[in-house]
Each structure stands twice: as C-alpha cells, then as structure tokens.
Design a protein around this ligand. Sequence first.
Ligand SMILES: NC(=O)C1=CN([C@@H]2O[C@H](COP(=O)(O)OP(=O)(O)OC[C@H]3O[C@@H](n4cnc5c(N)ncnc54)[C@H](OP(=O)(O)O)[C@@H]3O)[C@@H](O)[C@H]2O)C=CC1
Ligand SMILES: Nc1nc(O)c(N)c(N[C@@H]2O[C@H](COP(=O)(O)O)[C@@H](O)[C@H]2O)n1
Length: 432
Amino acid sequence: MTAPPEFLTKLLDRYNESGSQSRPNVTLTFAQSLDAKIAGKGGKQLILSGKESMIMTHWMRTMHDGILVGIGTALNDDPQLNTRLLPPREPNPSLNGHNNPYHLPRPIILDMALRLSPQCKLLKNYSDGRGRRPWVVCAEPTADDDKVDWLARRKALEGAGARTVVLAPGPYADGLIPISDVLESLHALGIRSLMVEGGAQVIRSFFQGAKFVNTVIVTVAPTFVGEDGVSYNASLAEMASLLRCAASGISVFCPHTALDCTWGGINDWLAEGVLGTNDVGFVSPLEGEKFSRNGESEGALGRMVTFRTPIPMDVLEKRIKEHLKLPQIQVGYSAVEPSKPVKTVAICAGSGGSVFKGKTADVYFTGEMQHHEVLAAVAADTHVILCGHTNTERGYLPTLATKLDSQLRTAAFSETFDVVISETDKHPLQFV
Ligand SMILES: NC(=O)C1=CN([C@@H]2O[C@H](COP(=O)(O)OP(=O)(O)OC[C@H]3O[C@@H](n4cnc5c(N)ncnc54)[C@H](OP(=O)(O)O)[C@@H]3O)[C@@H](O)[C@H]2O)C=CC1
Ligand SMILES: Nc1nc(O)c(N)c(N[C@@H]2O[C@H](COP(=O)(O)O)[C@@H](O)[C@H]2O)n1
C-alpha cells in the first residue's frame, strides 16, 4: 500500500472543511486489550496492534499536524512517533524540513514539570535531521522553591533542541494542564489537526471532555491482560456483560447518544409522548442540528415541544407517566410560579442537565439532573420533570425493534433472523 487506507482519508478529510474554530481537530487513537488495558503490569509496553494496524497508525501520523503524548508515555516508552513502517521512498528535506520520507506530525509532550529526558529519542531524531523539533507543553511552577530546578530543566531541554510551550502557572485542578488550554495554545501555534496517542491519563482527560475529540480510532487486540495492566477507564467488572457477549460470539453495537439525536430516535419518541394525541404543537431541535455532506438534516441534541395553547402541568405529568409506563415521576415546580401553565418543554433522554444549560423553556423533561442543576432551574422559573435515566430510554426499544426488523428485511439479508428485546435487562434500581 503506497497511500493511506481509504477509510482514513474519508474520516480525516472532513477536518479540512471545518472553519474558524479555536481548537485543532483531534483524533484520539490507541490500542487496547479486550479488558481495556493499554499496557502491562508496571506500565510494560505491549505489542497490542497487529502489523496492519501499526501501519495504519503510521499512515495516520502522516495525516496530522501534531502528535501528542503524555510525559508518562514519553518516559516509559521513549517513543519516536515517526513513520518507519511505511513503504520506503525518497526523503524530501526541502519540502519537509527533515530527512524522513513522509510528512511527520510535530511531536508534542504534555509535561508540566519538564521531566522529559534531553537524551530521549524524539530529541535525538531531531538533532540527527530525522525528526521534527519536539514541543514540550509545560507550566511554570507556582512555588518559588521549584522554579530554579524547573528553569534548569527548561534550559537543558531547549539546549537539546526542544521548544517549550509555557502555559499560565497553575494551580490546576488535579494537577493536570486543562485540555482546553492545551488545544487553544496549539491552535494559536498553527496546529489544526492533532493525533493523541496516549497514555492512560491523557486518554482519560480527552475522554472526559468529549467535546474535544472529533474521531476515536481504537485497535482492540483479542487478548486479556488482566487486572495488573494499565487501564484508561473501565474495570473488568464494569464490562462483565460486554465480555460475556464477546465470549459467546455475540457482536455488540451500542448507538447511545446517536440514537437520542437522530430523527425518529429516542428524543422524538419522548416528544410524541409530551405532545399527546389531542394537543396541537410542534417539535423542533433543542441544540446543534447536524447536517450530512449533502445538506440533509440528520438530527440534533434534544428536542423542544411548543404547544399552540399552553396546558396545565398535571396534564403533562399524566401524559408522561402513561407514555413511559411509570407509576411515579419526580417533579420540581417553578419557585417563581408553581402553577405556571406549560407552553414549551425542553426534552433530553438520559441525563439532560448539561444540554439544558442556557435553554429557556417552561419545563425541562429528562431522566436525571444534578441537585444543583434542579435548584437553579426551578429558581429560574422552569418546572423540572425527572423520570430516571434509563426510564427515558427503555420504552423506545419496541420502536427500535420494529425499525431494525424492517431495515434488515429491506436490506434483503440472506440469513433468517429475529429481532428480540431482552427480557432480563432492566433498570438496576428498584423501589422497595
Ligand atoms: N496501547 C497504547 O496504544 C498506548 C499505551 N501507552 C501506555 O500508557 C502508559 C503511560 O500512561 P500514563 O502513565 O497514564 O501517562 P500519560 O502518557 O497519560 O501521561 C500522563 C502525564 O501527562 C501530564 N499531563 C499534563 N496535563 C495532563 C492532562 N490534562 N491530562 C493528562 N495528563 C496530563 C501529567 O504529568 P505532569 O503533571 O508531570 O505534567 C500526567 O501525569 C505506558 O505504560 C504506555 O506504554 C501509551 C500510549 C499508547
Ligand atoms: N497503535 C499502537 N499499538 C500498540 O500495540 C502500541 N503499543 C502503541 N503504542 C504507542 O506507540 C508509541 C510508540 O511509538 P513508536 O513505535 O516509538 O513510534 C507508544 O509510545 C505509544 O504511544 N500503539
């Protein structure tokens, strides 16, 4: 193969279209075992990717402006972050500024305390003309006592060829540089696309701010590392049902938020229940309507139901109970006007607190919200209806089953199949 695989170009070409944002497009990529470990005991580097997957990773490296790892990875693995697995070809130093045959992403290390070794391979490759100058993202220590050592390490790293990107001194929450600050600084320095390769702590930070990540590419090796391995997230116990499915040869596809957002998805099903059969009103996107490349609307975060004539809260409550088949729901009434009639209902399946932020509606209807989000809403004259996270999703399953059945039949599957709704899967909490 002499060019990147087509699926990568299709995925990553869309970065060229994004306009005037203040952060680079981010591809988060790593390799893990079936039990979500990315390294062995004590951080032992593991070969989890097969040859083809490693080559794919090296192609990906040619398709980004920058490649970021945490200092934990830089110290543990001493990575090169280059493209040495790609087919040989002539270097083009006048175009690339180095003797590597392919475009190399700028190596970027998150290293608040400047622990990177001046002898590391990234700096050695740069001084040998085989790599690009690494950038070390750091922050000045807050304590005067630490500054002398920090400045000495900075001098040593810069002497070895590194460029230090110094962010405002902390203190930072959890002692980590905020990812938003990192991304904004890199964007200001011309990085428009960033590949993030790990390790565990960095993956966790990028996943926590899901809005930072545009693409996730994970290689899953068909192996178990065990509890001693380095994990970025879920423990074996949390993944028990997933692993049982894998062991029985069952593939799992988990649509999650996409199924909430898509037209005809869970939020539209909730909106149907809110509108009822007698009232006149309309449903609109609550936020972030998304369009396909050819301009078709694909869905949006949440929905807003607007009634032509306002209805009383007790009518809405009854309607929601019937639609979700629930004997009880939780209601918080507006602290300003507790009996305020309802003209608009903002809807979000699951956990709606963050989606509702800044949205004006007479009612917020979702599965769960944080205590302080509820307090803020009722104080701001909004009624709140909470039905439990999974209760706002589970009732959609018969609708989904019908859709799947008809889609699979239209696709003219040669195999016979049944679409079955689980009878054992249920809400994990009960009223006692
Ligand atoms: N299988 C795979 O694909 C990969 C596996 N790995 C494995 O991962 C392991 C290393 O992971 P880990 O030890 O967690 O180290 P990381 O590489 O994730 O680096 C974490 C360090 O980066 C610095 N940092 C600064 N800001 C942040 C931030 N916002 N979020 C996260 N980190 C920040 C911190 O150090 P400081 O405060 O000093 O700045 C932090 O301790 C190794 O065993 C390696 O082999 C690594 C990459 C890929
Ligand atoms: N994709 C992938 N598969 C594995 O099995 C891995 N162990 C890693 N590790 C990452 O690659 C870095 C090493 O890069 P170089 O080979 O030195 O170029 C390592 O530091 C991890 O980031 N990746």
